[in-house]
Design a binder for this molecule. Structure first.
Ligand code: CU
Length: 235
């Protein structure tokens, strides 16, 4: 009790000491005008606060009204990730010259096609003899399917073994072009590219004068192993 009393008396004394000077009339009996004004002001203030609060609440409510949340757009399906564009495989310089060629190669529509296949299990051609008419544009399709996994080509030479040996030597010295005959090799009439096992390649050429001609493979060792055949050119 004494604690309250003293506290209160302290408060009052402080209050009176502060307000006393300004509102000295406050200590007179009966609710002084200033108190009434204070109450009115306080009530007004409270009402104002309540109004503001309710407005705020109302406003807040409106704002808080879950707006029709923008219907989540179907998120654009992520663009299908493109597989990295295939790098243009720049043919190694060493293979640029590995192309069909030969003195009888022409860029004309073939009048005839013929297919030669590699022997599946030997360093040999499956067809060891061919016959074609003379002075005819022919497209020869060479199919190098073999079980040995070896490279082959098809090279027509302008003669027999003596000519073939020279062409073969020139080609074997042309490692940079995978052992196809170098351009302008004498007596090399037509050749396909050097093909990996499983590949096919063509060469279009004009058949020479009637006669017999060897065709060989110029991959090192194959001609010597007997990979050759005979083309008979007829009238
Ligand atoms: Cu071969």
């Amino acid at each position: 009790m004494s604690w309250r009393g003293s506290g209160r008396s302290n408060f009052r004394s402080r209050s009176s000491s502060n307000g006393g000077s300004t509102f000295s009339g406050g200590s007179a009996g009966g609710p002084p005008l200033i108190v009434m004004m204070g109450l009115a002001f306080g009530a007004g203030l409270i009402m104002l606060i309540v109004t503001i609060a309710s407005n705020a609440t109302a406003g807040g409510f409106v704002a808080a009204t879950p707006r029709p949340t923008a219907t989540p757009r179907p998120t654009a399906a992520p663009a299908p990730t493109q597989p990295p564009a295939a790098q243009p495989t720049t043919a190694p310089a060493t293979q640029v010259a590995n192309e069909p060629g030969g003195s009888n190669v022409v860029n004309e529509t073939p009048a005839q096609t013929v297919e030669v296949r590699a022997a599946p299990d030997a360093l040999a051609f499956a067809q060891t003899s061919l016959s074609l008419p003379a002075n005819t544009v022919v497209r020869l399709d060479f199919v190098n399917q073999n079980n040995l996994g070896v490279q082959h080509n098809w090279v027509l030479v302008n003669g027999g073994d003596d000519v073939a040996a020279a062409v073969n030597t020139a080609a074997q010295n042309n490692a940079d072009a995978l052992f196809v005959p170098p351009p302008d090799t004498p007596n090399a009439l037509a050749w396909t590219a050097m093909l990996n096992a499983g590949q096919s390649g063509s060469v279009t050429f004009r058949t020479p004068a009637p006669g017999t001609y060897l065709y060989i493979c110029t991959f090192p060792g194959h001609y010597l192993a007997g990979m050759k055949g005979t083309l008979t050119v007829t009238q």
